[in-house]
Design a protein around this ligand. Structure first.
Ligand code: FAD
Ligand code: NAD
Length: 468
């Protein structure tokens, strides 16, 4: 019957669309409810995809400026950035992804209802779009409403001078200067985008390292690379306020010595984390429990306290990553189907798309030390890699952490060219509990960036490096 579904998914981000597709593949009648006209959520519209598009464009620009001459490539007509085209290309990339998703919805016979979804009761949801209401009935619901940027006391995001990553991805012209509050993932990715095209960028970070949740050595190495790009990173510094002063923003902060400082910039980008987004869902109407930080509470089956209502992705606990949300979308569809899927939360890789890229999986050195777990460490620098030398991409290293007793791989931390892809091999190895010896005895194509892994494993096993 019309508007009666087996499964209703609320939110069309990576969690929602994968959950909906998997459910449809399993034979369910599925609807997806999305507030915006464009499918794909944060990741496709204002996150992963557009950010990577701008990162790739600016990396080309930077290479053309800094490296082409050394390669013997001469730009006789000079080099300049057409900012309008730079933003337009990114929009084209987003459009091709969102159109791809609309096609997938049709192909899988998933009904898309555009509008804000709010629970009416345990089996009904109201979809409101421009004053028009449609009520849908479902046997199961999957909440996949994602997250929104958060801020800190003294800093009000006004989307004009004091902005988030969303506005930073669509600025009308190249900014002369930008202060970024927060040296986490968004902070360092956006800093790279703008510094590469000549914007004067300052990062103000509260802790004493960039990307503080990752292995400390990665943060240290990233600080060096970003400073080569001209990015000024002020660590151990606490932002007190940011104000819109008309044609610029003024940021007040306490520096590492405890002194009050003030800095002006054309834009202040706030990147201090994101919060679970449940506004307008009317969770109270169904009595769904949330954590103190607003995340929807779920059990190990990703079920809320209302049995037939599940929640996935950024709106629940765990890393706010697109692939984590995707895995959970598939997981819930299969749970509803009575299957026994599994997600290994310890082995979800994290990637930062600076250049070189940063990628991590498993435990950091600091976590192992804190837990008193014995480990051996093997590091191999990209400056010793033939592939990296050929590409002039010699910054960074691969570090593997291995248990001395059984050779179990405990953690892999990479900063280097294509680290995002190189990490995949270690994820497979760790999931299937291979040893460090297995990892260095398998064949690695030469010359590749992933060979650096082989050497790191050899070093951790007490042997010397063998490849270049
Ligand atoms: P979302 O993608 O946030 O989607 C939620 C959807 O629900 C939205 O479309 C929203 O409009 C809709 N919605 C909300 N409430 C309602 C309602 N009541 N009714 C109807 N619809 C509703 N992660 C990575 O893994 N790799 C990256 O490279 C990466 N880069 C990023 C770059 C940036 C700048 C940002 C901001 C994030 C990035 N992320 C990245 C994080 C990633 O975007 C998120 O982890 C991911 O999008 C979470 O997916 P989700 O499905 O849980 O929610
Ligand atoms: P984050 O948690 O990665 O970083 C926030 C940073 O802000 C931290 O380093 C924190 O110490 C700092 N901070 C907090 N309060 C501060 C203050 N008062 N002054 C100065 N610094 C302060 O959050 P984010 O960078 O906003 O990213 C949000 C989420 O989006 C992350 O969870 C991330 O997983 C996801 N994301 C992922 C990718 C990727 O996978 N490549 C890219 C972008 C975003």
């Amino acid at each position: 019957m019309e508007n009666q579904y087996d499964i209703i998914v609320i939110g069309s981000g990576p969690g929602g669309y994968t959950g909906a597709i998997r459910a449809a593949q399993l034979g369910y009648k599925v609807a997806i409810v999305e507030k915006y006209n464009s499918l794909g959520g944060t990741c496709t519209n204002v996150g992963c995809i557009p950010a990577k598009a701008l990162l790739d464009s600016t990396e080309h620009f930077h290479k053309a400026k800094e490296d082409f001459q050394i390669h013997g490539i001469e730009l006789n007509n000079g080099l300049s950035l057409n900012f309008e085209q730079f933003i337009k290309r990114k929009e084209g990339v987003v459009k091709s992804n969102t159109s791809g998703l609309s096609y997938l919805m049709k192909k899988n016979k998933i009904d898309v209802h555009t509008g804000l979804g709010s629970f009416v009761d345990k089996n009904r949801i109201k979809v409101t779009n421009e004053g028009k209401e449609t009520v849908l009935t479902g046997k199961y619901f999957i909440i996949a409403t994602g997250s929104k940027p958060s801020s800190i006391p003294g800093v009000t995001i006004d989307k004009t001078r004091i902005i988030t990553s969303t506005e930073a991805l669509t600025l009308p012209a190249q900014p002369k200067s930008m202060v970024i509050i927060g040296g986490g993932v968004i902070g360092v990715e956006m800093a790279s985008v703008f510094a590469r095209i000549g914007t004067e960028v300052t990062i103000i970070e509260y802790t004493d390292t960039l990307i503080p949740t990752m292995d400390r050595e990665l943060g240290k190495a990233l600080l060096k690379t970003l400073s080569k790009l001209g990015i000024n990173s002020l660590l151990s510094s606490k932002v007190k306020s940011a104000t819109n002063a008309g044609d610029h923003a003024t940021i007040k902060f306490e520096d590492a010595q405890g002194k009050e400082q003030e800095i002006d910039a054309e834009y202040c980008l706030v990147a201090v984390g994101r919060r679970a987004y449940t506004d307008g869902l009317d969770l109270q109407a169904v009595g769904i429990d949330t954590e103190k930080n607003g995340k929807v509470k779920v059990n190990e089956r990703l079920q809320t306290n209302v049995d037939h209502i599940f929640a996935i992705g950024d709106v629940i606990a765990g890393p706010m990553l697109a692939h984590k949300a995707e895995d959970e979308g598939v997981f819930v569809a299969e749970i509803i189907n009575g299957q026994k899927p599994h997600i290994n939360y310890k082995l979800i890789p994290s990637v930062v798309y600076t250049w070189p890229e940063v990628a991590s999986v498993g435990a950091t050195e600091e976590e192992l030390q804190a837990k008193g777990i014995e480990f051996k460490s093997g590091s191999f620098p990209y400056s010793a890699s033939g592939r990296a030398r050929a590409a002039m991409d010699t910054d960074g290293f691969v570090k593997v952490l291995v248990s001395p007793k059984y050779g179990e791989v405990l953690g892999v931390h990479i900063i280097g060219p294509r680290a995002a892809d190189v990490i995949a091999q270690s994820v497979v190895g760790m999931e299937y509990e291979v040893t460090a010896e297995d990892m260095y005895r398998i064949s690695y194509a030469h010359p590749t960036y992933s060979e650096a892994l082989k050497d790191a494993y050899l070093i951790a096993a007490g042997q010397g490096a063998i490849n270049i």
